[in-house]
Design a protein. Structure first.
Length: 306
């Protein structure tokens, strides 16, 4: 799957991923009212609203981007109905030939991680039948439990030719409470990056590993250092836009070949119509605002990389 992601990035000239992280407050009133009219003010109504919202954004942007990243918590808050909307979103994005990065941040003991990996990346045996659960192409993984928690995902990736993005240095302000702690003279995030590079050697594509890393856009100097620690790992970069990251901050996340990183923007794109810069589109044309935000993001990053 890493080869498809790279091919899509080259085709679109857009090393970006749209984070489909829909809060109900992001969804324009006309969509919410229509869903509530059909299903009532229920979990099913809320889930339908975010599904309809997602669909319009995907329709408006799918020709511009290589990948999407739905954050599962935004769907889980609506219970089973929300998870159905998550699955519908994954399937629809696949219909549009987009690479889907499931932002699930799982990581547990071996047998539990194996179940998570099967449910999100692999398949499950039910009697004589075999089914795929959520069927994303990549997922995010929390490595805090060590190799026991990561290896089941690596094993599934080998079997399915799918990939991982492992949390190394996250973009949130308090990430340093643990991630920056010095151990044997190096911050914890650097030790994790070394493990990511080692795990990645087990599962190489042509030029890059199927095992990537998450490194926040809000720490460009750290990103520069970690790029050297993980030269063959793709870096998923959250924190662009709403969290302060800009194209000029991100050049060191990329390798000299112009590849090696993919930058995420979530509410900066899906809720663009709420921003002053895109207010002219209005709520009625929210998807057009999202498309323009994608074009602006592509231009910002491309200009920085030139």
């Amino acid at each position: 799957m890493i080869e498809k992601l790279i091919a899509k990035i080259k085709k679109t000239n857009a090393p970006i991923v749209v984070g489909l992280d829909p809060m109900l407050s992001y969804v324009p009133d006309q969509i919410v009212k229509k869903s509530f009219a059909e299903y009532g003010e229920t979990l099913e109504g809320a889930a339908d609203a975010i599904w309809q919202f997602n669909k319009e954004i995907v329709d408006a942007t799918c020709d511009l981007i290589p990948a999407v990243k739905p954050q599962i918590a935004m769907y889980e808050q609506f219970g089973i109905e929300g998870l159905k909307a998550f699955k519908k979103t994954v399937d629809y994005c696949h219909e549009k030939d987009l690479v889907v990065i499931g932002d699930i941040k799982r990581g547990d003991i071996g047998s539990t991680s194996a179940a998570y990996a099967a449910g999100h990346l692999g398949k499950v045996q039910v009697g004589s039948q075999v089914f795929r659960g959520f069927d994303e192409d990549f997922v995010t993984v929390n490595p805090y439990l060590g190799t026991d928690g990561v290896k089941p995902f690596v094993d599934i990736c080998k079997e399915e030719k799918k990939g991982l993005f492992i949390l190394v240095k996250t973009s949130n302000p308090s990430s340093g409470e643990f991630q920056d702690r010095l151990i044997d003279g190096k911050p914890l995030y650097e030790h994790v990056a070394e493990k990511v590079a080692a795990w990645g050697e087990e599962l190489m594509g042509e030029d890059y590993s199927y095992i990537g890393a998450v490194v926040g856009a809000t720490y460009p100097e750290i990103g520069k250092a970690l790029r050297k620690v993980m030269p063959k790992s793709f870096i998923l970069v959250p924190g662009y836009g709403a969290q302060g990251g800009r194209g000029k901050d991100l050049t060191h996340y990329f390798n000299e070949d112009g590849l090696g990183a993919i930058v995420n923007s979530s509410r900066g794109i899906i809720a663009a119509y709420k921003q002053e810069a895109y207010a002219k589109f209005g709520a009625e044309h929210f998807a057009d605002a999202s498309r323009q935000a994608v074009l602006d993001m592509i231009d910002d990053i491309s200009s920085a990389l030139r």
